[in-house]
Design a protein around this ligand. Structure first.
Ligand SMILES: *[C@@H]1O[C@H](CO)[C@@H](O)[C@H](O)[C@H]1NC(C)=O
Ligand SMILES: *[C@@H]1O[C@H](CO)[C@@H](O)[C@H](O)[C@H]1NC(C)=O
Ligand SMILES: *[C@@H]1O[C@H](CO)[C@@H](O)[C@H](O)[C@H]1NC(C)=O
Length: 495
C-alpha cells in the first residue's frame, strides 16, 4: 500500500512536471516555424565571401533558369511543394491566403485557427511544360499545405501540417481523399497520429514513406493500405538516425534508397528503402547547415538535387551532387537569387528542375540543355573517377535502430530521451518542493488548445505515457521544430 501510494504521488508529480515542461517560452522569437527570411533581412547574395565565390566558380552553373515561367497571370500564396506527374506536368501546392507564421500554432503544435474554414481557393495548380495553367483543384480541403507527390498510377499525395494529416487522392476523385492518415487537427506521435508531417514518397510497389516531420523527426514506411511496416528516426543522439526536421523525401529506386532532407542538420541522409538501414549522408560547407529539399534523377549515373535555406552567410542556391562520389557538380539559382526555396523536383532525365519558393511566392524552372541533348542521343555516360568535394558521411551503425512491424522492445527510438527510469524518479523527488508552485502555474495557464491536446484524444494519462515511454518525445521537445534563431546574416569579413 505504502508503495502504491508512493508510486501514485510519483506519477502525479511526473504528470505535473511533464505539463510544466511544456511552458518553456520557446516560441517568443517571432520568426516562423518555416524558418524563412522575412523581407527585411534578406541575405544579399552579392556580398559574399571570396572563399564562397571561388567555390561557386569551380562548379558548373547549370541547369539554367527559365525566366517568365510559369504564366505570370497565375497568382499563388506561399508555395510549399512541387511534384511532377507521369506526363511531365508540374503540380504546385500552395497556401493561397494562409501563411505559416509565429502565431499559426500553439507551443503544443495545435493549429490556432481550427474554427476557420479550410482554404477556399484551389491549392493545387497544374502547369504544363510551357508554364500554362491546365488544371486546378484542392479547394475547401486544406489549412496549411506542405508536401506533395504523385505516384506511378497518378494518385496525388499531400500533407497538411495544420491538420496533422496525410491524404491520397485518386485521379478520378479530387474532392474526397481515398486514404487519410492521422487525426484531424490532433498532433501526436503514436501509430495513428502525426505532428506536422512534411512529405510523402511512394515506391512503385505502392509502399510509401511519410516524413513526420517537424516534431516527431521520424520516417514511417507503410504498405499501400496504410499499415505501418517500419519506422525510424529520432531527435537526439549522434548516430545517422538522428533527424532534425525531416523536411522532404526523394526516392532513388534504381538504388533501393530513400533519401531524406534533414533540414536543420543541413544534410541529405539516405536509407535502404526495404529495411531502413542507413546508407550514406551528404553535406557540404557551401550548402551550410540548413537543407530544405532533395530530389533525385538517374541521369549521369544518379544525381541529387538540393536547395538550402537562409542561414549565416552561405548563399541560398540549388546544388547538384553526384550520388556515387558525393561530389558537388552544379549550382543554380534564378537571377536575383533565391530567398526561401522550400521544395525541389526534377524530371527523371534530369533535364528540368522546379523549385517552390515560400517567399517570394513563386515557382522557378531550370533546364539543363546539355543534358537534354545527351538524353536525346542516349549517350553512354563514362564513369570518370572524380575527387569528392562534398563529404559522404558513412557513420557506422552500432545498434539496430529500425523497428519492424510489432515493435521490438530493443528499439532505440527512446535512447536519447532523458526522462527514463531512475532519472525520472530522482527528478520527481527533487521537484516535490516546487509542487505547489507548479500547480499554481498550471492552473493559471491552462488554455483551451492545451486541454484539447491533453484530453482531446482519449486517455492521455501519464501511466499510459510511461508504458509507451513516449512522453518525453512530444512534450519536452517543443522547441525542436524551431530552427536555429534566424539572426540576420553576419556581414562577410571583407564587407
Ligand atoms: C500548354 O497548354 C496550353 C494551353 O492549353 C497549350 O496551348 C500548350 O500547347 C500546352 N503546352 C504543352 C507543352 O503541352
Ligand atoms: C537490411 O538488409 C541488408 C541486406 O539484406 C542487411 O545487410 C541489413 O542488415 C538489413 N538491416 C536491417 C536493420 O535488417
Ligand atoms: C543541343 O543541341 C542543339 C541542336 O540539337 C544545339 O543547338 C545546342 O547548342 C545544344 N546545346 C548544348 C548545350 O550542347
Amino acid at each position: 500500500m505504502l508503495i502504491m501510494n508512493f508510486l501514485n504521488s510519483l506519477l502525479t508529480v511526473l504528470e505535473l512536471l511533464f505539463v510544466f515542461s511544456n511552458f518553456k517560452p520557446t516560441h517568443g522569437r517571432g520568426f516562423p516555424d518555416e524558418g524563412y527570411y522575412s523581407n527585411n533581412d534578406y541575405d544579399n547574395q552579392e556580398a559574399i565571401d571570396p572563399k564562397i565565390k571561388i567555390a561557386l566558380g569551380k562548379l558548373e552553373h547549370a541547369p539554367q533558369w527559365v525566366p517568365d515561367w510559369p504564366d505570370s497571370f497565375v497568382k499563388m500564396g506561399q508555395v510549399s511543394g512541387v511534384a511532377l506527374d507521369n506526363t511531365g506536368q508540374l503540380l504546385v501546392f500552395h497556401r493561397a491566403g494562409n501563411q505559416w507564421d509565429a502565431s499559426t500554432f500553439t507551443p503544443r503544435h495545435v493549429y490556432q485557427r481550427i474554427g476557420d474554414p479550410p482554404i477556399p481557393d484551389p491549392t493545387i495548380l497544374v502547369f504544363n511544360e510551357t508554364g500554362e495553367l491546365v488544371d486546378m483543384w484542392g479547394q475547401n480541403l486544406f489549412y496549411m499545405p506542405h508536401g506533395i507527390t504523385v505516384d506511378r498510377v497518378g494518385n496525388v499525395w499531400v500533407t497538411d501540417v495544420a491538420l496533422h494529416q496525410v491524404f491520397k487522392f485518386t485521379p478520378t476523385q479530387r474532392q474526397k481523399p481515398a486514404l487519410t492518415l492521422g487525426e484531424k487537427f490532433i498532433p501526436g506521435n503514436d501509430d495513428n497520429h502525426f505532428c506536422k508531417p512534411s512529405a510523402v514518397a511512394v515506391l512503385s510497389t505502392g509502399d510509401f514513406f511519410v516524413a513526420d516531420g517537424y516534431c516527431n523527426h521520424r520516417i514511417i514506411k507503410y504498405s499501400p493500405d496504410g499499415t505501418i511496416i517500419l519506422q525510424w528516426g529520432k531527435r537526439s543522439g549522434r548516430d545517422p538516425f538522428t533527424l532534425d526536421v525531416p523536411h522532404a523525401l526523394a526516392l532513388a529506386e534504381d538504388r533501393g534508397q530513400v533519401c531524406v532532407a534533414d533540414r536543420e542538420r543541413g544534410r541529405v541522409a539516405c536509407f535502404r528503402a526495404d529495411n531502413g538501414t542507413y546508407s550514406a549522408g551528404y553535406r557540404h560547407w557551401l550548402i551550410g547547415s540548413r537543407l530544405f529539399s532533395v530530389a533525385y534523377s538517374r541521369a549521369h549515373g544518379g544525381r541529387l538535387y538540393v536547395v538550402n535555406g537562409p542561414y549565416s552567410n552561405v548563399p541560398v542556391r540549388g546544388y547538384v551532387i553526384d550520388f556515387t562520389s558525393g561530389r558537388l557538380i552544379q549550382t543554380f539559382a534564378p537571377e536575383g537569387g533565391f530567398r526561401n526555396p522550400h521544395d525541389i523536383v526534377v524530371t527523371p532525365d534530369g533535364v528540368s528542375a522546379y523549385v517552390a519558393e515560400l517567399d517570394p511566392h513563386r515557382v522557378c524552372k531550370f533546364v539543363d540543355e546539355g543534358l537534354r541533348n545527351q538524353s536525346k542521343l542516349e549517350k553512354v555516360t563514362t564513369q570518370t573517377p572524380v575527387k569528392p568535394t562534398a563529404t559522404i558521411v558513412t557513420e557506422s551503425v552500432s545498434r539496430a535502430e529500425v523497428r519492424g512491424r510489432g515493435g521490438a522492445a530493443a528499439w532505440a527510438w527512446w535512447a536519447g530521451a532523458g526522462w527514463a527510469g531512475a532519472g525520472a524518479a530522482a527528478a520527481a523527488l527533487a521537484a516535490l518542493a516546487v509542487l505547489a508552485l507548479l500547480r499554481a502555474r498550471n492552473t493559471g495557464r491552462k488554455g483551451i488548445t492545451r486541454r484539447r491536446w491533453e484530453y482531446g484524444h482519449g486517455e492521455f494519462k501519464l501511466r499510459r505515457l510511461l508504458e509507451r515511454r513516449r512522453f518525453t518525445r512530444v512534450h519536452s521537445d517543443d522547441s525542436d521544430d524551431e530552427p536555429a534563431p534566424m539572426l540576420p546574416p553576419q556581414p562577410p569579413a571583407n564587407a
